[in-house]
Design a protein around this ligand. Structure first.
Ligand SMILES: [Zn+2]
Ligand SMILES: [Zn+2]
Length: 341
């Protein structure tokens, strides 16, 4: 039996549903042998660490981690790009710079949400800041939560339909708008708010507010390393449009990053993106090995059900066999902020 591990998972410290203790219990139940808590711009509570240190783990190990929504590499301008995610493993959750980073990121998310809520209200939508916080569970609030909050009020459908109608009319005299309108029809109803008004590229582009705080790739990695951890690029599929594989190769070669996730994308399995993900994963594995950098990854679970689906996935989960021990052996990283010894 394989020693399957999820070195990328979320708790209620960000957008997951379970506490670290509950997630660990779930891991134990479904046979996941190691779990890293990697919440969005959020480190573990000291209280959780204390609890875990006392708990009977029943053979399932844990690792303190983080997932930083990073800006771009310096050579690409270092600017905001929330789709480049850096997972830190074995980080000291009491490290002051890392704690400050998390606070800055969380505060900036709230300011950004408040600005977008105001813009939506000006457009005629019914929505409040509290609705968005409720949708987000209070932390790491982002656009999906704002869209969810819009759904709390049936009258917002009418506002959306009015905007859609205006766009349809404009599309008759403007080829660029026509193209964007076509795309909205293709992507379907759930994605429509993004095409109509939720991005910088939407038909209505002034609702969108840019990220208010971010760290470039180099700084994100530095934050993780100064907290005693290892930094890997998470789910490359979301970053591939901006950061080429050649660039990733350079970062691995030069040690700008410590490694890459090579197990990611379970949700995309069998869907249209899977072929790209599969070929990227193979290439990333080859590169990590070529430059003796680490391989990581796992479920990216947000719920017990996600973790169970991962555990049952067969060959996919099997690819994480013994990940943590390999990483520890390869890098001699301090295991202080984990249950490994
Ligand atoms: Zn992510
Ligand atoms: Zn994640």
């Amino acid at each position: 039996m394989k020693n399957i591990q999820s070195l990328h998972s979320h708790t209620n410290r960000s957008d997951g549903t379970l506490s670290p203790m509950e997630l660990l219990a779930a891991a134990r139940r479904v046979g996941v042998a190691a779990i890293a808590f990697t919440d969005h711009d959020s480190v573990m509570h000291e209280e959780s660490v204390r609890e875990l240190r006392k708990a009977d783990l029943g053979g399932t190990n844990w690792i303190s981690g983080i997932e930083i929504s990073s800006g771009l590499p310096k050579e690409l301008g270092g600017g905001a790009y929330s789709a480049l995610h850096i997972v830190g493993l074995f980080v000291d959750p009491t490290n002051i710079d890392l704690v400050n980073h998390c606070q800055n990121a969380q505060e900036a998310r709230i300011v950004r949400m408040q600005k977008m809520v105001k813009n939506l209200q000006n457009l005629g939508f019914t929505i409040t800041e509290d609705d968005c916080l409720k949708a987000s569970g209070g932390e790491a609030v982002g656009r999906p939560h704002i869209v969810e909050a819009l759904g709390y009020y049936p009258q917002n459908e009418g506002v959306t339909n009015d905007i859609r109608e205006r766009m349809r009319t404009d599309a008759q005299n403007d080829a660029v708008i026509a193209q964007k309108y076509e795309l909205i029809l293709q992507k379907g109803e759930l994605q429509a708010p993004y095409g109509l008004y939720m991005t910088e590229d939407s038909y209505i582009s002034d609702v969108y507010v840019e990220y208010q705080y971010w760290t470039n790739l180099e700084r994100s990695v530095e934050l993780v390393r100064n907290a005693g951890g290892l930094a890997v690029i998470a789910h490359y599929s979301t970053a591939r449009n901006k950061v080429s594989l050649d660039m990733v190769e350079k970062y691995l070669k030069e040690g700008t990053i410590d490694g890459v996730e090579t197990v990611y994308g379970l949700y995309a399995f069998g869907k249209s993106d899977w072929n790209d993900i599969q070929s990227d994963r193979l290439k990333l594995r080859e590169l990590a090995n070529k430059y003796s950098r680490i391989e990581s990854g796992g479920s990216d679970a947000h719920t017990a059900e996600d973790l169970e689906a991962f555990a049952k996935s067969g060959w996919y989960a099997d690819e994480t066999d013994g990940f943590a021990k390999k990483i520890i052996k390869q890098t001699r990283i301090s295991t202080e902020w984990s249950s490994f010894s």
